[in-house]
Design a protein around this ligand. Structure first.
Ligand SMILES: Nc1ncnc2c1ncn2[C@@H]1O[C@H](COP(=O)(O)OP(=O)(O)O)[C@@H](O)[C@H]1O
Ligand code: SF4
Ligand SMILES: [Mg+2]
Length: 324
């Protein structure tokens, strides 16, 4: 399968008044055509910054992509000019943001907002663009899409706004969709509907998805590949079917044990474990492995030297001294 996205050794930093944070540190990943890659990890581990880096939307300053490559369909996005990148954004790669209100304009009717994107990228007439916008609203399951198109974002529920965002993200049939915690703000039944909707639209358009979440259950349902992030780095990477059945990294094991109802990992009596401790301070990362203070298998070397990524099995990457 040909990768649509091939990220190599990406590093994104923020220079703040308190010091420097490497929010994305040596991240490499591949997304194949038609595939969904799940990215999972606790809050603050760099998921959003990773997606913003791929979109080239990291706020600069204080942020900056300092090294690496982002090969989209063979072209390095980091070497494109702003104008070329604007053309790719929305049309070929689109992003569904964590909080819909931040990316919907409160004073423009949602139909006009969707139509504007269509006109920008497809050069069609105003009427054609509006027809397509209504069709997109219907596709994302809006009841009476014609009247929704005439509404303002604040007149809708959170679930409806999220659907509008998805309609906007998908109106030009992007080849790659980045969905950043698209369901976090929604209740459980709507969550399942939105994940299902993204999956159906992906299959219909033959596109690929990066699905960012802190919930492994969502990934088990919707993704084929998964990258587990911890403190700015990918610590484990592999296919969902293999990684969930046989996790290597102690952090992945901890995540699985703290997630209800995932195959092979429900604990007797239904008790869920939690991973002790907290994520390290990104301004003061320890020498060695970043997971050391929470790891039950920690060894002397873990406190001295940072583990490198190793391919433990074909297509299964892990960053841990146990496997080095
Ligand atoms: N605009 C910013 N300025 C400074 N630091 C930032 C900014 N955005 C993100 N960060 C830092 O980058 C790290 C990763 O954040 P983020 O990608 O939002 O995490 P996640 O999406 O996994 O919860 C965090 O330590 C966060 O504080
Ligand atoms: S490198 Fe050491 S501390 Fe880090 S996860 Fe592996 S065993 Fe645990
Ligand atoms: Mg985030």
């Amino acid at each position: 399968m040909k990768p649509i996205l091939d990220v190599k050794a990406l590093k994104t930093q923020f220079l703040t008044e308190y010091g420097k944070i490497t929010a994305v540190d040596d991240v490499s990943l591949v997304v194949n055509t038609g595939e969904t890659l799940g990215v999972v990890g606790e809050s603050g581990c760099g998921k959003t910054v990773l997606a913003l880096s791929i979109m080239r939307l990291v706020p600069t300053p204080p942020g900056k992509i300092v090294s690496g490559e982002i090969l989209y369909d063979g072209r390095n996005l980091l070497s494109l000019g702003d104008e070329e990148m604007r053309r790719i954004r929305g049309k070929e790669i689109s992003m569904i943001f964590q909080e819909p209100m931040t990316s919907l304009n409160p004073v423009i009717r949602v139909g006009d907002q969707i139509a504007e994107g269509i006109r920008l990228h497809r050069g069609v007439s105003k009427i054609e663009a509006m027809n397509r916008a209504v069709e997109m609203l219907r596709l994302v399951g809006m009841p009476s899409p014609e009247s929704i198109a005439m509404s303002y974002p604040h007149q809708m529920s959170g679930g409806m706004r999220q659907r509008v965002m998805i309609a906007m993200a998908l109106c030009c049939d992007p080849r790659l969709m980045l969905a950043d915690e698209p369901t976090t703000a929604l209740d459980v039944t709507i969550q399942a509907q939105i994940i299902d909707l993204i999956d159906r639209l992906k299959k219909k358009a033959g596109s690929s998805v990066i699905l960012i979440t802190h919930d492994l259950g969502v990934i088990a349902d919707a993704a084929q590949m998964v990258a587990v992030m911890y403190a700015g780095q990918i610590v484990e990477y592999g296919s969902v079917s293999e990684l969930f059945l046989n996790p290597f990294h102690p952090y992945t094991v901890g995540l699985l044990e703290s997630t209800p109802k995932i195959f092979g990992h429900s604990l007797p009596g239904g008790y869920l474990k939690t991973i002790p401790g907290a994520v390290p301070d990104m301004f003061r990362l320890p020498a060695g492995c970043r997971f050391q203070d929470r790891c039950v298998h920690v060894m002397d070397i873990c406190r001295e030297q940072a583990p490198e990524v190793k391919e433990k099995q074909l297509g299964r990457l892990v960053r841990c001294w146990i496997y080095s």
